[in-house]
Design a protein around this ligand. Structure first.
Ligand SMILES: Cc1cc2nc3c(=O)[nH]c(=O)nc-3n(C[C@H](O)[C@H](O)[C@H](O)COP(=O)(O)O)c2cc1C
Length: 520
């Protein structure tokens, strides 16, 4: 693996220095400078838009079947309509909200911290019916692609990922993050958000890819500088995070002799920006430098997931097989619940969410890095208390019986929504062990796995007709609360679940941004 990637003090320090505590929150002097709020879209000024079709496949498959990756047979080809659906359901604008005073927010398919949407999407098209081979940027603002490079770039991507199948799969979708869009509000802690938020986009991209029969495979290990060069991003401000290869394999793309430097101008995000070196440092320290580093890194991480010691378990009801709501409709209607009422969930509803969140993903690294802990406030048939979820047994282990609404709100940075929720899922991970195996890049993986699982929690909740919201948290207090069971782990991410109070129901039933009909 890369030399600096092994110096895991960098990730440990980053994690410590960006932890929230009551003291850090109360002494923070950071205030939002609205004059420099970053523009939410990347707009290339010298490239003509290539409008995507306005009619999007409704993804009629049941949401829970798509999350289980039990979809139809692998599709024999990828069409522009497939690509359009992938982009719309993972990163498209799904609703618009206008606020008193004239402010307007264009909400996207996937949830994102602060609705700041720093995740950008690029496409390396090889064999897509209806689209010339090339490298494209997707702009959700005008729902268009812009071609950054003519010609097939799958071969240099396959080299960077150290996996030649990438040169044979029909298309690769790449996610990057523009730091300033998120650091504007969250400062250096934004680095965690890059992975939570690209994780929620991936949860939806992987589900949509499975629904379309495109057999998506996720890549988290790659030569960062090479992928950034292919994309032509200014790596001090924007960097590649993950790649997803999709579609059938065909003849390999021919290698490119040289990857020319790209210099397409784009609109500045704001009149000025603030640099957060801590974020750039952890990102640089988790880079891989050569394809050999990528291979060694992948190999080193294979044995990190250990079996826990057996403990007495409470079996959960089997997950529901179908929700009755299609994947397309679930994504279209999804939104973060802003206020929960105290109406309970059923045990089967909670069990289905936990099961869907922990389905394995076809990826270059093993899953199971992150453990799910729960505070159950109101779930019929499950005693109130704290639990740890065991996916392999689809069962929970009771840690402490009792009523913990006050604690669940407190741990979520004192946000009342954490106390009103029927259940709150806290994702914790043994960071020291993960960094030991994967180096600093393990920090990306832990946050990403929790982000993907969190994105799936949203989908499984909305499919079943109730709500969810990602939440931030007091790091050390979360671990302490779940200890001794959770001793030695670190808090990574939190999602709350429950039925919306009337006023908390922000998005269900809002009008889609474009007419949508089933395709032939
Ligand atoms: C990783 C993550 C963390 C979040 N943290 C919070 C939070 O601490 N408090 C909160 O009210 N909303 C939180 N949210 C919800 C976002 O504010 C919401 O996703 C965003 O405003 C977009 O709205 P939508 O999800 O309704 O489309 C979080 C969302 C995500 C994905």
């Amino acid at each position: 693996m890369g030399r600096s990637n092994r110096e895991t003090r960098v990730a440990h320090e980053y994690h410590e220095r960006t932890a929230h505590s009551p003291a850090s929150v109360r002494t923070s002097t950071h205030s939002l400078d609205w004059d420099v709020k970053p523009f939410p879209f990347k707009v290339y000024t010298d490239l003509p838009p290539l409008a995507l079709p306005r009619e999007v496949d409704p993804l009629a498959i049941d949401t829970l079947a798509a999350l289980a990756a039990r979809p139809r047979e692998g599709a024999g080809r990828v069409t522009l309509a497939d690509l359009t659906a992938l982009l719309y359901y993972s990163a498209g604008v799904t609703k618009k909200k206008t606020y008193a005073g004239g402010g307007e927010v264009l909400f996207r398919a996937a949830p994102s911290t602060g609705a700041l949407y720093q995740t950008e999407v690029y496409v390396a098209a090889g064999r897509v019916d209806g689209l010339e081979p090339g490298l494209y940027h997707f702009c959700p603002g005008d729902f268009a692609l812009r071609r950054l490079r003519a010609g097939d770039v799958r071969a240099p991507l396959a080299h960077a990922v150290a996996d030649e199948t990438v040169a044979r799969r029909a298309v690769t979708v790449m996610l990057t993050a523009i730091y300033w869009r998120n650091t504007w509000k969250y400062q250096a802690r934004a680095y965690r958000h890059l992975f939570w938020d690209s994780g929620t986009v991936l949860a939806q991209l992987l589900a949509a890819g499975a629904a379309l029969g495109l057999v998506p495979r996720l890549y988290t290990g790659f030569v960062d500088a090479d992928v950034n060069r292919v994309l032509g991003v200014d790596a001090e401000r924007e960097s590649a995070l993950e790649l997803v290869a999709l579609g059938p394999e065909g003849a390999p793309a021919s290698p490119l002799a040289v990857v020319e430097d790209l210099r397409h101008p784009y609109m500045p995000l704001s009149p000025s920006e603030v640099d957060y070196p801590l974020l750039r440092e952890i990102h640089a320290a988790s880079m891989l430098d050569t394809p050999d580093d990528v291979r060694a890194w992948r190999e080193a991480g294979r044995r990190v997931v250990e079996e826990g010691a057996p403990r007495p378990l409470v079996t959960l009801p089997p997950p529901r097989e179908a929700s009755g709501r299609s994947l397309g409709e679930t994504i279209q209607r999804r939104g973060s619940t802003r206020e929960f009422g105290h109406t309970p969930l059923s045990a089967a509803e909670l069990a289905t969410v936990l099961w869907a969140a922990t389905r394995t993903i076809d990826a270059d690294v093993p899953a199971g890095l992150v453990d799910l802990y729960l505070i159950v406030n109101a779930v019929e048939g499950i005693e109130s208390g704290t639990y740890s979820y065991r996916p392999e047994a689809h069962a929970v282990e009771l840690l402490k019986a009792g009523r913990y609404r006050n604690e669940s709100a407190y741990l979520c940075l004192e946000q009342p929504i954490g106390g009103d929720a029927a259940a709150v899922i806290y994702f914790l991970a043994p960071l020291a062990r993960i960094l030991g195996a994967f180096g600093n890049r393990g920090y990306r993986l832990a946050n990403l796995e929790a982000g993907i699982a969190g994105g799936r929690v949203y989908l499984a909740a909305y499919a079943q007709g109730f709500g969810a919201s990602g939440l931030t948290f007091y790091d050390a207090h979360v671990v302490e609360f779940f200890s001794p069971h959770a001793a030695g782990t670190d808090a990574i991410f939190v999602v709350a679940l429950g039925r919306a109070a009337e006023s908390g129901r922000v998005t269900i039933g809002t009008t889609p941004t474009r007419p949508r009909r089933p395709s032939a």
